[in-house]
Design a protein. Structure first.
Length: 150
């Protein structure tokens, strides 16, 4: 397989590309079990000529598009890619709407808390004003040491 695709340098590169193609596009490749001993087998992937051409397309376009985009363009048909994009847009719209409602709810909660804090601050300011205007007996409790010696 490596000798058929120009730009594919090793088996580990092929393995990475195959895994990315499976993850990103959902494509599956033919798997065979080869017996290598009496009790052991090895799993290998067999690629069709079309798969080899797609891997060659990935090798040719990966420098321009990046590996992920090159794999997506090589292994998806235009109809499948359009559906996939429209599905992604729908999901993103739903997520955005959910985040927007969460954001609005959080803003309303923060505004409510802000009003409560403002009410508490004004109450404390009124209490402080009342304490400052109280007769000297209560005011002495809240004075600092420097104020007492005057």
């Amino acid at each position: 397989m490596i000798s058929f695709v120009e730009g594919l340098s090793s088996i580990s590169t092929l393995k990475r590309w195959r895994k990315k193609a499976e993850e990103l596009t959902g494509v599956t490749f033919k798997v065979e079990q080869i017996r290598i001993g009496r009790k052991s087998t090895q799993t290998i992937y067999t690629f069709t000529d079309a798969d080899v051409q797609k891997f060659q397309q990935v090798a040719d376009t990966k420098k321009e598009l990046g590996l992920d985009k090159a794999i997506i363009t090589a292994f998806t048909t235009s109809d499948k890619q359009t559906v996939s994009i429209s599905e992604r847009v729908g999901v993103l719209e739903q997520e955005l709407a959910q985040q927007r409602t969460d954001f609005v709810n959080r803003i309303n909660c923060l505004e409510s808390q802000n009003r409560q804090f403002q009410t508490a601050i004004t109450d404390l300011q009124v209490q402080l004003q009342r304490i400052e205007t109280q007769p000297k007996g209560l005011r002495k409790l809240f004075q600092s040491e420097n104020d007492k010696h005057r």
